[in-house]
Write a protein that binds this ligand. Structure first.
Ligand code: SF4
Length: 234
């Protein structure tokens, strides 16, 4: 199976099995999604969803958040990973969004990355989810699953993986493919013990091919016969 065939088979599988795939972060507008994605770095979506309602109750728009200091924000997000840094990022992001963008979340990956706390992954998530742009955000799940499936080859970092993925995935599928790979990584292709026995794409997965190949090799090894026990002299 060449790389184009592998991509086609895997995308067809997801199109059929998961026609609808979306972020599990809860939000009602671009401002809320941006805040939620910043908070979700190295934290579960579930934990973020438990935290954001209180935060948005206190700061319903970016204009209120822009008046807050990181010390004001910290107690509201203390149960999330890295609350100190993230409180600083949120305060800085809100001020810059108000000062430089009139409070509107920009629809440009470069502009998004000028905001504190917004790296390439966060910018790509916002661009694809809010603005439906063909941006591939590579998080830990996307990176791992793509490598195992053989969609990426020897990618050393998320940017290399992103470049390979957008080269082969049709533009119209890129935003959705991001969610397909995340959800597959979160529920089936787990980091430590992938659930290959319940996975629907084993026949297109490079990792599974290799694993199955190894098993065959093990089975083929000739069984060593035990040396007959020496009867010895009595
Ligand atoms: S077959 Fe296993 S390794 Fe491959 S994608 Fe499925 S769960 Fe992951």
């Amino acid at each position: 199976m060449n790389r184009h065939e592998r991509y086609a088979a895997i995308l067809n599988y997801f199109r059929k099995e998961r026609p609808v795939a979306e972020t599990e972060l809860e939000y009602t507008n671009p401002y809320e999604l941006l805040v939620a994605v910043i908070l979700s770095a190295q934290c579960t979506d579930k934990r973020v969803n438990l935290t954001t309602p209180h935060l948005f109750e206190r700061y319903p728009t970016v204009f209120e958040l822009a008046t807050a200091t990181s010390d004001d924000i910290f107690p509201l997000i203390r149960s999330i990973s890295y609350p100190n840094n993230k409180a600083k990022h949120l305060a800085g992001m809100a001020r810059k969004l108000v000062d430089d963008f009139g409070g509107e979340v920009p629809a440009s990956i470069d502009a998004l990355q000028t905001l504190p706390g917004v790296g390439r992954k966060t910018a790509n998530v916002v661009a694809s989810v809010v603005f439906n742009m063909p941006a591939m955000a590579v998080d830990t799940h996307v990176f791992r699953v793509s490598a195992r499936l053989g969609l990426t080859v020897r990618a050393k970092n998320p940017l290399q993986a992103e470049k390979q993925l957008v080269k082969y995935i049709p533009e119209s599928d890129i935003a959705m493919a991001h969610h397909w790979l995340i959800l597959h990584g979160r529920y089936t292709c787990l980091a430590r013990t992938p659930k290959c026995e319940t996975c629907g794409i084993t026949s297109h997965c490079q990792y599974f091919e290799k694993k199955a190949g190894k098993k065959k090799l093990v089975k083929k090894r000739p069984v060593k016969l035990k040396k007959p026990e020496s009867k010895g002299r009595t």
